[in-house]
Design a protein around this ligand. Structure first.
Ligand SMILES: Nc1ncnc2c1ncn2[C@@H]1O[C@H](COP(=O)(O)OP(=O)(O)O)[C@@H](O)[C@H]1O
Ligand SMILES: [Mg+2]
Length: 410
């Protein structure tokens, strides 16, 4: 019996990766055997519209990018997941696990997250109940003492993070007071700066696949992800890959990125609740095709195997490892074994080998095509002034083609 697995792309302002994703899945044109059946794949962009809470879903898998921002979508994908549809990423774990939760959880597992304190907000609403609660329970505290406990330089940043909003570097207590006064009613963290770091890595995780990219936070937007393939030794790759995989398995996220700074040989993770990571060709350029290819591979695997959504995170096995006396490196290795099982790595590898043998070749052909360049141009035109459209299109297209060259020669 022929069957079609319908994949929904639930999108916001994303432009380039969905267009490439659709083109590659169409070019693959898979018809995969499954018992007596043949499984094909179709991709459709999800519309936001009223929904009946009892309606049956048409989708087999939804790749969701806008749960953060649109309450309708967030509630709709929760309904889908409850019906058994696999949704990237687990909507509950996006809503519940703010940056703060991820700091606390990974500290509990022994990750070298820098010293971090949470500070109560500077201002509150003046409604009567809030004021009573503050008078009763808010302890007067010395900001100077917290500043000293964390040490300088430090960063003050919102507990829920994202897009560098409200992040300030502090060199002394004077700057701390200015920043705290400016934070108003936001709940803030004060975090020790990782000093003297020599490598900034963003480890992008898609299912069990991880790409470690060198990052320069001081560069202009189009130059922050660097084209450098040999910036880290094998041990660094292994550690950062494990960080990303473990964090994603722990929080049931399929698509996320983990930022870490290496200082004194240790990778300190500083921001890893990025479950809607930048996926634009205008930022990722050289690394963009890897991202699209990995999204295709993982989503087809999940749709083909009818991967079941996991509703509740299963944390106790991680805590059991955390509570041993093993050194962190060994704990990390064991956490990664749990992540390996969670992401069904062996079956995924087998699926890739058996059914996606043409994926690389299709990606190379597509990313070298004029259609790919047109998509890049469309994206560039959305962001750049008119006179920069062609030069930047050539620039990003050149880096995408460089990936095809280096990747096909590996
Ligand atoms: N502890 C830290 N040490 C060094 N740099 C930091 C630290 N925390 C934040 N930064 C810098 O500030 C940037 C934004 O902070 P981040 O925690 O990533 O916030 P967001 O969640 O908004 O992305 C980081 O990319 C990094 O350059
Ligand atoms: Mg960040």
């Amino acid at each position: 019996m022929p069957q079609t697995r319908l994949i929904g792309l639930s999108l916001g302002a994303d432009h380039c990766w969905p267009a490439c994703y659709e083109a590659i899945v169409a070019k693959l044109d898979l018809a995969l055997p499954q018992g007596a059946d043949t499984v094909r794949f179709a991709v459709e962009r999800v519309k936001v519209e009223p929904f009946d809470l009892r309606a049956k879903s048409r989708y087999d898998l939804v790749l969701d990018r806008i749960t953060h921002w649109f309450p309708t979508t967030r509630e709709w994908v929760k309904k889908l997941a409850l019906d058994g549809v696999y949704v990237f990423n687990n909507p509950w774990m996006i809503q519940a696990a703010e940056k703060h939760t991820t700091y606390v959880a990974m500290m509990r597992l022994g990750f070298p997250v820098p010293e971090t304190w949470m500070v109560p907000p500077k201002t509150y609403s003046d409604d009567a109940d809030t004021q009573v609660a503050i008078r009763r329970y808010n302890t007067l505290f010395s900001l100077d003492t917290v500043g000293e406990a964390v040490g300088y330089p430090s960063f003050m940043k919102p507990y829920d993070g994202g897009a560098w909003r409200g992040v300030t570097k502090l060199d002394d207590v004077g700057a701390l007071h200015i920043s705290y006064n400016d934070s108003g009613s936001q709940v803030m963290h004060l975090q020790k700066a990782v000093d003297n770091w020599d490598i900034f890595v963003r480890a992008i995780g898609i299912g069990p696949q991880v790409n470690c990219v060198k990052y320069d936070p001081a560069a202009p937007l189009h130059g922050r992800y660097l084209v450098d393939r040999d910036f880290m030794d094998a041990a660094g790759w292994q550690t950062m890959s494990r960080y990303a995989r473990v964090i994603n398995a722990f929080f049931c996220w399929d698509y996320n990125s983990c930022e870490a700074l290496r200082s004194g040989g240790v990778f300190h993770p500083i921001d890893f609740a990025n479950a809607c990571p930048d996926s634009q060709v205008t930022s990722l350029h050289y690394h963009f095709p890897w991202t699209v290819r990995s999204l295709v591979a993982w989503s087809l695997f999940c749709a083909y195997t009818k991967r079941k959504p996991q509703f509740n995170p299963h944390w106790q096995p991680y805590f059991d490892i955390a509570d041993t006396d093993l050194p962190f490196e060994e704990k990390l290795q064991r956490y990664d074994a749990l992540a390996h099982t969670y992401f069904d790595v062996d079956r995924f590898e087998e699926f890739r080998a058996t059914h996606l043998g043409r994926l690389d070749e299709v990606c190379f052909e597509f990313f070298r095509s004029t259609r790919a360049k047109d998509i890049i141009r469309e994206k560039v035109a959305l962001l750049y002034p008119k006179h920069e459209i062609e030069p930047f299109t050539d620039h990003f297209d050149g880096l995408v083609k460089l990936w095809c060259k280096t990747e096909s020669e590996r």
